[in-house]
Design a protein around this ligand. Structure first.
Ligand SMILES: [Zn+2]
Ligand SMILES: [Zn+2]
Length: 304
């Protein structure tokens, strides 16, 4: 999996940072988390293919996370896209999109499925063969969902040599063992999957927490994840402002990462009051709480 940060500014864009959006690329499919104004341009600059967007997740309805979606969907229509697309978001996203497209009389070349969740919703929003996505409410000034993209564990590698030693005939029994079933051989010997499979390969996970103040629910959502993408709007000079506006400081996010046992923290959604040098300094200070902090910047690619 690969993460590409498309926009890392909060509230307003700056000359070097666009508004919130992050692409997660898995097996060529693109999953877009938030779609602030300017996301289309950032997609082009990054080389992430908009034609491969599978789903768009909008955590909450603040404009800096949302206003790019109408333009992006309109462009996909002009591309002549036929593949359906899913949008996931809190209650109100349907009204927003319908208002935009009714006003402009846009009709799409593709099927748009809007999945809307009521206030307080928690649960699985997408479940496919190799991965799923869970949602959990965060703690922001309006209803805001955090997302966990989780690859399912894969069975261990099939040991052909061992299978032959055990006298398992080639054919469908191999497949059944690979799918976790025990099988009985013609001589009545029972073979369990662990006799021929290596240790299971653990799926990777990416958790997206924007926007929120420090919250136990973020810790719960980020439990032992591979990468936690968490908002870090403010530094230690603006703790009061963070509390008042229900945002996080870099240190809050570091605490979430530490308590969740995350492998990495990807810091993003920086207030425009800070320049790059100040953000680097704020990041360095928070490393005393959690070591593996990756400071986000636009178009940064992170391989997992
Ligand atoms: Zn925001
Ligand atoms: Zn917000």
């Amino acid at each position: 999996m690969k993460i590409v940060l498309l926009g890392t500014s909060s509230a307003v864009p700056t000359l070097t940072r666009g508004l919130s959006s992050t692409a997660l690329i898995r097996d060529g499919d693109v999953f877009l988390f938030d779609c602030g104004e300017g996301t289309q341009l950032q997609l082009m600059r990054s080389g992430v293919k908009r034609s491969r967007i599978h789903s768009i997740f909008i955590g909450h309805l603040h404009g800096d996370h949302l206003y790019g979606i109408a333009g992006l969907l309109s462009t996909l229509h002009l591309d002549g896209r036929e593949t359906p697309i899913n949008v996931f978001g809190p209650e109100g996203i349907r009204t927003f999109l319908h208002a935009a497209f009714r006003t402009t009389e846009d009709k799409f070349s593709f099927k748009l499925t809007i999945n809307e969740f009521p206030r307080g919703y928690r649960g699985r929003v997408l479940d496919e063969e190799e991965f799923y996505v869970d949602a959990l409410p965060l703690d922001h000034s309006i209803f805001c969902l955090g997302w966990r993209f989780q690859e399912k564990d894969k069975p261990g590698i099939f040991n052909l040599e061992r299978a032959q030693e055990l006298g398992i005939p080639r054919g469908p029994l191999y497949g059944r063992l690979q799918h976790g079933e025990s099988v009985t051989l013609p001589d009545r010997k029972i073979i369990t999957p662990d006799m021929v499979l290596g240790t299971p390969r653990q799926g990777k996970s990416v958790v997206y927490c924007l926007d929120t103040q420090f919250s136990e629910r973020s810790i719960q959502l980020a439990d032992k994840c591979t990468a936690l993408i968490h908002e870090t709007t403010f530094g230690p000079d603006a703790v009061d402002m963070a509390r008042e506006r229900k945002h996080s400081t870099m240190e809050d996010a570091a605490r979430v990462a530490k308590e969740a046992g995350a492998e990495n923290l990807i810091a993003t959604h920086f207030s425009s009051r800070y320049d790059g040098r100040q953000i680097a300094q704020i990041g360095d200070e928070a490393k005393s709480v959690f070591e593996n902090i990756i400071l986000g910047k636009d178009l940064l690619e992170i391989d997992l």
